[in-house]
Ligand binder design. Structure first.
Ligand code: ZN
Ligand code: ZN
Length: 264
């Protein structure tokens, strides 16, 4: 089955431009240097109807959804509970009213770590005592090794983000790994035969919980996907100049980029 993957956001937690910064990337006229918080959208057709899965709902989710024409969401998968990946959950509300009428609350698949943060931050949504009338119609579901959303199976790919084990995902011949600084050997084994690898590459300088560009290039070579896309970039990496230095088959993604993908 064929689908389309859209990069809703390709920026680091602070976004690019970064507030208060006047560096060449933050003041660049190239629209590809404007990066919202990291998220991807996967769409495919199930007979006559479109299916939509979002990975993470960061603080820019509303604008991203408007730009990409999102009309419904069948499920959300969360990589982890950090603010730049979850704070747009409330903007699922209007979409959840539509989905709820036809098939019930939108399932949100989250690890125990992410579910704990979501229930705390969005207490007014998840508490059994919640009475807020326009709360999102969503339900938390455990994130198992495999999660099926209609016809597509998402395989969890555990990776490390500093000390924290978070979730990457493989679906068909695509993998999405954000906020990673270590890929365990057991997870490399889940990444064979990819058409597209999406992996985070923060900047050149080392960071305790994110990969540098060089580290990400090394992983891309080892995993050997036909095409690798970098995401979750900080303002140290200008689109044009960074792309020029990258080996063939590796490119920076940018907000709004949509690629055809094979889902199995
Ligand atoms: Zn800057
Ligand atoms: Zn994070």
């Amino acid at each position: 089955m064929e689908g389309r993957l859209t990069f809703l956001g390709t920026g680091t937690s602070m976004g690019v431009p970064t507030l208060g910064c006047n560096c060449p990337v933050c003041t660049s006229a190239d629209p590809r240097d404007r990066r919202t918080r990291p998220s991807v959208l996967l769409r495919w057709r199930d007979g006559g109807r479109e299916r939509v899965v979002v990975i993470d709902t960061g603080p820019d989710f509303r604008e991203q959804a408007l730009r990409s024409g999102i009309q419904r969401v069948d499920a959300v998968l969360y990589t982890h509970g950090h603010a730049d990946h979850i704070l747009g959950l409330d903007d699922l509300r209007p979409l959840s009213f539509i989905v709820n009428r036809e098939s019930g609350p939108i399932p949100l698949y989250a690890s125990a770590e992410a579910a704990e943060v979501l229930t705390r931050v969005f207490d007014y949504t998840f508490s059994p005592k919640a009475t807020y009338p326009t709360r999102a119609r969503v339900r938390l579901e455990p994130l198992d090794e495999r999660t099926r959303v209609h016809e597509v199976e998402f395989l969890r790919v555990p990776v490390l983000h500093g000390e924290l084990e978070i979730s990457g995902f493989r679906f068909g011949r695509v993998a999405y790994l954000t906020d990673v600084n270590t890929i365990p050997e057991s997870s490399f084994a889940l990444l064979g035969g990819l058409d597209h690898l999406v992996v985070s590459a923060l900047r050149h300088k080392p960071h305790p919980s994110h990969a540098t560009l060089d580290q990400a290039v090394e992983w891309a070579r080892r995993i050997g996907a036909k095409q690798t896309w970098f995401t979750h970039m900080a303002h140290e990496l200008g689109h044009e100049e960074t792309n020029r230095m990258l080996p063939a088959g590796i490119e920076l993604a940018y907000d709004g980029l949509t690629i055809p993908v094979t889902l199995g």
